[in-house]
Design a protein around this ligand. Structure first.
Ligand SMILES: N[C@@H](CCC(=O)N[C@@H](CS)C(=O)NCC(=O)O)C(=O)O
Length: 217
């Protein structure tokens, strides 16, 4: 099989790539990376020195593709069944990529900082930093809520890169900053969870949730 995805089922950024792959029914070999295993980490570093997943390897085209957004973009360009993930209209494509960037930068990354804080050893905690990141997530919700339609998907009827980005960010950030105050985003997250590609990603992650510090304490 020419496509291999280096990933972990719990990794939020891997979810973005997995949703795109499942959405377009693209065949690929899933290669679960255990970063805690020095040999597996070294093998992954030989593919991508940063050792951050997801990374897509396309042996057919001789390409190694890191970064979740770039992977979805690459799939949309190289797999006919994935083309709709980036709208053909250039203005809609720009808006789709903008939403992806806003979601990653202003919701997903601050949420990751909150999780990193939970993993710090005793005596090294930073409650001020956590509160700043919670504020950032709130500002991110405020920013994207008016950009998401009340029905369907982020860009309207078509399921796109923006939805692939939104699911992991909103799913996980909801644990740190509950979406209750943003009912339109909560409803959107509810619709996303019912999408078959998303439901599959969530069910594959389920056995690993016990290892993830979703809640404080
Ligand atoms: N900007 C990257 C972020 C990738 C990323 O941070 N991946 C996390 C998992 S969600 C990771 O590999 N963490 C392992 C580490 O940092 O050691 C993307 O969009 O793919």
């Amino acid at each position: 099989m020419p496509l291999t995805l280096y990933y972990h089922p719990l990794s939020s950024f891997c979810w973005k790539a997995l949703i795109a792959l499942y959405e377009a029914e693209v065949a690929f070999e899933p290669r679960l990376v255990n970063l805690g295993d020095p040999a597996d980490r070294a093998a992954f570093q030989a593919v991508w020195p940063l050792a951050k997943f997801p990374v897509l390897r396309d042996d057919g085209r001789g390409q190694t593709v890191p970064e979740s957004t770039i992977i979805v973009d690459y799939l949309a360009r190289t797999q006919a069944s994935a083309a709709a993930l980036i709208p053909a209209d250039p203005d809609l494509a720009m808006r789709t990529r903008l939403l992806d960037r806003l979601i990653d930068s202003y919701i997903h990354l601050p949420f990751q900082q909150i999780v990193s804080e939970r993993l710090r050893p005793n005596g090294r905690h930073d409650p001020f930093g956590v509160e700043r990141n919670r504020d950032a997530v709130r500002a991110g919700y405020d920013l994207i809520a008016p950009m998401i339609g009340e029905e369907g998907w982020a860009m309207g009827e078509s399921f796109t890169l923006a939805d692939c980005a939104a699911l992991p960010a909103l799913y996980y950030a909801d644990y740190a900053v509950p979406l209750a105050g943003w009912p339109e985003l909560a409803a959107y997250l509810g619709r996303l969870k019912l999408r078959p590609s998303v439901a599959r990603v969530l069910s594959e992650a389920e056995p690993f949730f016990q290892y993830f510090p979703l809640k404080d304490g």
